[in-house]
Write a protein that binds this ligand. Structure first.
Ligand SMILES: CC(C)(COP(=O)(O)OP(=O)(O)OC[C@H]1O[C@@H](n2cnc3c(N)ncnc32)[C@H](O)[C@@H]1OP(=O)(O)O)[C@@H](O)C(=O)NCCC(=O)NCCS
Length: 121
């Protein structure tokens, strides 16, 4: 593996540690005998709430772990006073996951925004 890979992992680890320190409830994980088999990330700042990275390890899919992670995230978000939250779905996955999220009670919300990003130096 390249040096770059390890640098990226190191940065990711530091960013995630910062996230957990700032808000220990902002990453919800599902565990099976101390192995993490699913997660969901919450971004909440009092004004808005979003979730990212809902994912379940392949061999654990189809067991409602996604719903349990979602329900826990919703409990946390609701407990902080929000009446709604948003989830970002990759444009390439909208066709597949759009139906999935509809079944979970989501509605498409203002498809007009595009994300712009700036590197900070
Ligand atoms: C999305 C995810 C968390 C759902 O987990 P799960 O609990 O196991 O659910 P399943 O994998 O059984 O899929 C449930 C539904 O998701 C949909 N789905 C998810 N990924 C899919 C894919 N790659 N292709 C087709 N359908 C997919 C299907 O509609 C499926 O419906 P079904 O129940 O009628 O079969 C899981 O598929 C996952 O981790 N995917 C990779 C990460 C990802 O894309 N996350 C979404 C970020 S927005």
């Amino acid at each position: 593996m390249s040096q770059n890979f390890f640098v990226r992992i190191q940065i990711l680890w530091e960013e995630l540690s910062r996230k957990i320190q700032r808000d220990p409830e902002s990453i919800v994980v599902a565990e099976d005998q101390e192995r993490i088999v699913g997660n969901i990330y919450i971004v909440e700042d009092g004004w808005t709430a979003m979730v990212f990275r809902l994912a379940v390890v392949e061999e654990y899919r189809g067991r409602d772990i996604d719903r349990m992670l979602g329900a826990k995230a919703e409990e946390i978000i609701k407990g902080r006073g929000h009446r709604s939250y948003v989830i970002f779905v990759n444009e390439n996955k909208v066709d597949i996951l759009g139906h999935y999220y509809k079944r979970l009670g989501f509605e498409k919300f203002d498809g007009k925004h595009q994300l712009f990003r700036k590197e900070l130096r």
